[in-house]
Design a binder for this molecule. Sequence first.
Ligand SMILES: [Zn+2]
Length: 163
Amino acid sequence: MNRFLVDSMLGSLARKLRMCGFDVIYESNLEDSSIIKKAQDEKRIVLTSDEELFLRAHKNKVGVILIKGKNDEERLLELFKNLGIKEFELEIIRCPICNGELTEVSREEVKDKVFFSVYNLHKRFYLCKSCGKIYWEGSHWEKITKFFDRISHRLRREKFGGK
Ligand SMILES: [Zn+2]
């Protein structure tokens, strides 16, 4: 699976890629030279909307994709087409906030950590091993699912390669 390093302009894209299970590093204060070095060291593809960084990475033989879309839907479509990804799955395995690994935990374990209404309404909970944030498939999740359904649909409908 591709691993990415996302530049500071594309934070929300980084979070969405993590929701599809991708390993994504996103740091807002990295210099271009550090981004290139990190991508080389960790074999990550750089995603950037900065043409200068794109050219510089390219020159240094770092995998890089120039992202031009004006919203995350366009950006994800662009990226998936570029990489030839025709199908993807929403996976609750990675923390959208910190890229940490998520693990399913029992309701009892989160009982004192979430609002009672949340505890009451949901059966499955996930804990981030890195930052400790707790996730559940709530109303926000439905919105996210719809967003990705739209992308799946467009990926299937739009032809690859052609314009
Ligand atoms: Zn986390």
